[in-house]
Ligand binder design. Structure first.
Ligand code: ADP
Length: 271
């Protein structure tokens, strides 16, 4: 399958030539893999993250393998920072063709035990981060008039409300609804909007989040990645990145991703 992957790599290598792709939260996990994959297929990549050194690592890796990438520090939850970031990107690199609003934080805990600031922080990053970035970049895309594509990271958690999930599920299901509205408004400008709903991917978020209530049947499909934390077996961020790239290519609207979405899970507490 390595050969297959190589062959596929060759096949698609130039497919995003002359495309500018902006990825938030590109320092780790799904964002990182998405940035690497678009770059491997010819795109110039803007990799932003609240953690600048992580963004730089991603950009460096792209440049090392012959691609073009730029690292930026950005906290997507801060609208003023996002405005500055959007202007900087437009000035230095032009209007992006594809924007992947990926930055996010994990959260778990009973609603009444969650401090107000913590709950609001999850909404600020996961929901308003997507909204802030969409506002800036979509406006530039509309003005340019050459279409484009926006990818927003929701989660399978949008379909799995339950105990301990109030902040995270609320943020991610709102991303889902927001994206539907955005798609309806941007369609006439030739701008596609894809909502991605990954299952439990093995990334930093899940490695620091404890999951319980997994049935033996589900357990066969899961792998333990931390203290009582699980991810879906063989379901890494590279796989989600590939699904994102495929969705952009096919202009798919909603990507509930995998059969994994049926696996219910209950998150108890942050480790
Ligand atoms: P996943 O890929 O599952 O979302 P990770 O934790 O591996 O999980 O990746 C999330 C990325 O998003 C990290 O690099 C993290 O630094 C980044 N991030 C978290 N909060 C923000 C924020 N407010 N603004 C920008 N990036 C953020």
């Amino acid at each position: 399958s390595r050969e297959l992957r190589r062959a596929e790599m060759r096949l698609h290598r130039d497919e995003f030539d002359d495309h500018l792709v902006v990825v938030s939260g590109a320092g780790s996990g799904i964002g990182r893999e998405t940035a690497l994959l678009f770059a491997a297929r010819g795109a110039e990549v803007v990799a932003s993250d609240i953690d600048l050194s992580a963004a730089k690592r991603t950009a460096k890796e792209i440049v090392k393998s012959g691609g073009t990438a730029h690292a930026y520090q950005l906290d997507v939850s801060d609208p003023a920072q996002v405005r500055v970031h959007v202007d900087a990107v437009l000035q230095a690199h032009g209007v992006p063709d594809i924007v992947v609003n990926n930055a996010g934080v994990g959260a778990a805990g009973d609603f009444l035990a969650t401090p107000e600031e913590e709950f609001n922080r999850v909404l600020s990053v996961n929901l308003l981060g997507v909204v802030n970035s969409s506002r800036g970049f979509a406006a530039a895309m509309v003005e340019r008039g050459q279409g484009g594509h926006i990818v927003n990271l929701s989660s399978m958690a949008a379909y799995s409300p339950g105990k301990g999930m109030s902040a995270y599920t609320t943020s991610k299901s709102a991303v889902f609804s927001f994206s539907d509205c955005l798609r309806a408004e941007l369609a006439e400008h030739g701008i596609g909007v894809t909502t991605v709903c990954p299952g439990i991917v093995h990334t930093n978020i899940i490695a620091t989040t404890s999951v319980s209530g997994v049935s033996p049947e589900e357990e066969r499909e899961l792998q333990q990645v931390g203290d009582r934390a699980y991810a879906l077996r063989g379901y890494g961020p590279e796989k989600v990145a590939k699904q994102i790239v495929d969705a952009v290519r096919a202009n798919r609207s909603i990507l509930p991703v995998t059969p994994e979405a049926r696996i219910q899970y209950h998150v108890n507490r942050l480790a």
